[in-house]
Design a binder for this molecule. Structure first.
Ligand SMILES: C[S@@+](CC[C@H](N)C(=O)[O-])C[C@H]1O[C@@H](n2cnc3c(N)ncnc32)[C@H](O)[C@@H]1O
Length: 453
């Protein structure tokens, strides 16, 4: 999605900063990453030589590679990966996301986190863990809510943990969240590769993997993270399920093409469900592993996860697509120069989470934000704002986030919760609760309508 140049970040009197989405953003929302179909289009660019060379040597040496391996190499190869090298978010990048569109988005997620922490009995320690934090805007908006409600956390120790594979983005996150108060680890391969203090004085640490985050009561946030993880693609054929692979096009040697394996692969034999009815399936096994890690931690240490992304409930087929300069881009053209993404299959995440945690959702972004009180928050901001262009921008960004035809119904919220949160009596072992768990638990915000008096 595009937003107007020069209006990206702004402030208005009353001291509330905002990530803007101007009226032009509303007009151009159609270019968002939420488009479902990718067509080759007329664009024929020169390929990024090193990425393409690396992929073709690999394919020549070992044969066609899975789409998951292709996606992993293109996006997160430690040297050439798209995420590793680029700052792709914003008007001059390839796409824009909800936290960059409006401050209200992150503020409401901040309220959600506080509500879940209170619902869990206000544990003394709260780890806020964000997966794939982009520019750090979401964490920054959440932490602003925390500091405005400081008295709520008077006796709690709060820390921020960022799981980020991109050195370029982690640098940007550090600047946005800590100013100059962060330092890199001495050795590059340290699990905690950067540490610092946020401008409000909270400790913040960076990791490449969820597994490296310390255990303890944690609230996990993942906004447009799961859609960036590698997917396997499978095609139903007359001979059964076969995996879609990436190969060198023999007729155009500098180009890649999709092929279907002649026989089953380990992935096609294990990842496609026996009762599958679709003819084409995408499975994000890496996302499944990460959900299992979150579920295990929540079951053992308490906490919750809030996952927001575009996706479906096990119904869609071919959603793999590329984005470059806010336009759809052929996924196999100039690898490394464009973002690659696929819709999140929430039914798969629910299945992989297992029975150790409770799952809520998915509900649409519109429902979630309205339940969280976005209308009330908008009114408060408008009441404090006299500048007419800022007012227009606030209204326009609200519309982009909630309009069913824009992001309102394309994005969904999904949550993992400890069973005790929904009224089941079991308390996580070792979790020190400041207050006894309530017999009638608080409703889970966002997934239930809250009343504001
Ligand atoms: C689409 S961006 C979303 C950024 C941000 N959450 C937002 O909504 O603005 C995906 C983010 O996940 C990070 N990322 C992608 N794959 C990752 C991986 N395997 N491990 C950790 N971070 C990853 C990217 O570097 C980037 O920060």
């Amino acid at each position: 999605m595009r937003i107007p140049l020069g209006a990206h970040t702004w402030r208005f009197t009353g001291g509330v900063s905002a990530h803007a989405a101007g009226s032009a953003a509303a007009a151009r929302w159609r270019a968002a990453r939420t488009r479902l179909h990718c067509s080759s289009g007329p664009e024929q660019e020169r390929p990024e030589p090193s990425v393409l060379r690396h992929l073709t040597s690999k394919i020549k040496a070992t044969g066609p590679i899975s789409v998951a391996e292709y996606m992993r190499e293109v996006l997160t190869n430690p040297v050439t990966g798209y995420y590793v090298r680029n700052n792709m978010l914003g008007p001059s990048g390839d796409f824009i996301t909800s936290p960059e569109i409006s401050q209200i988005f992150g503020e409401l997620l901040g309220v959600w986190i506080i509500s879940e922490w209170m619902g869990a009995g206000r544990p003394k320690q709260l780890q806020l863990v964000e997966l794939g934090p982009g520019k750090g805007s979401l964490a920054s908006d959440v932490l602003r809510v925390f500091s405005q409600l400081q008295s709520v956390f008077a006796e709690a120790s709060v820390s921020l943990h960022l799981v980020e594979v991109s050195p370029a983005l982690s640098e940007l996150q550090a600047q946005n969240l800590t100013g100059k108060c962060s330092q890199k680890a001495d050795a590059e391969d340290e699990p905690v590769y950067r540490t610092g203090r946020t401008t409000a004085g909270l400790p913040v640490s960076w990791y490449r993997r969820v597994d490296d985050v310390p255990t303890g009561f944690s609230i996990f946030l993942a906004h447009e993270f799961f859609d960036a993880l590698p997917i396997h693609k499978f095609q139903r054929t007359e001979k059964g399920w076969r995996e879609v692979m990436v190969d060198i096009d023999p007729e155009q040697p500098g180009q890649l093409r999709f092929v279907v394996t002649p026989s089953p692969t380990l992935a096609s034999s294990t990842l496609v469900q026996a009762h599958e009815r679709r003819d084409h399936v995408e499975v994000c096994a890496e996302g499944g592993v990460i959900i299992q890690q979150l579920a295990r931690r929540i079951a053992e240490d308490g906490g919750a996860a809030l996952i927001a992304d575009y996706g479906h409930n096990g119904t869609k087929m071919d959603t793999f697509r590329g984005f470059k300069g806010h336009q759809l881009h052929d996924v196999l053209a100039s690898p490394g120069s464009a973002d690659l993404t696929a819709d999140v299959d929430f039914s798969y995440l629910r299945k992989m989470a297992g029975g150790g945690v409770a799952c809520l959702g998915p509900v649409t972004q519109r429902t979630f934000l309205k339940n969280m009180g976005i209308d009330t928050r908008l009114q408060v901001l408008l009441r404090n704002c006299t500048d007419s262009s800022t007012r227009k921008q606030l209204i326009s960004s609200y519309d982009v986030l909630t309009n069913p035809a824009k992001m309102g119904e394309r994005f969904h919220f999904f949550s993992l919760l400890h069973h005790s949160r929904l009224g089941k009596p079991k308390k996580p072992e070792g979790l020190k609760l400041e207050k006894k768990p309530q017999t009638a638990p608080l409703p889970v915000a966002g997934f239930t309508e809250l009343r504001f008096s």
